[in-house]
Design a protein around this ligand. Sequence first.
Ligand code: ZN
Length: 103
Amino acid sequence: MTGNVTITRRTLPWVPLYEFDCDACGARFEELVPPGATAPCPACGGERVRRVFSRIAEPGLPAGLQGKAAKESNARRGEREAQRKDRFVAERKRERGQGPPGG
Ligand SMILES: [Zn+2]
């Protein structure tokens, strides 16, 4: 396999836009860096920066619901599940009561 493929570096490969917090001056900035890499703070030049994971959605919450709405939705679901459980237990008891003794 031979080929003269010249890779032009004019456009970078896909790099994600990360948010960083500067440890030294507290500045927050966004920088395009390869995964795992960091960028120096543009404000003070410090290299002690921390990645901020603010863009990642909170797990467990249904999409589109936030804060109060999400809490209410969870509470409603909890109630419904509790009711279902109660009914299930009641049915179980009734079945046992009607079933043969000593089972
Ligand atoms: Zn800084």
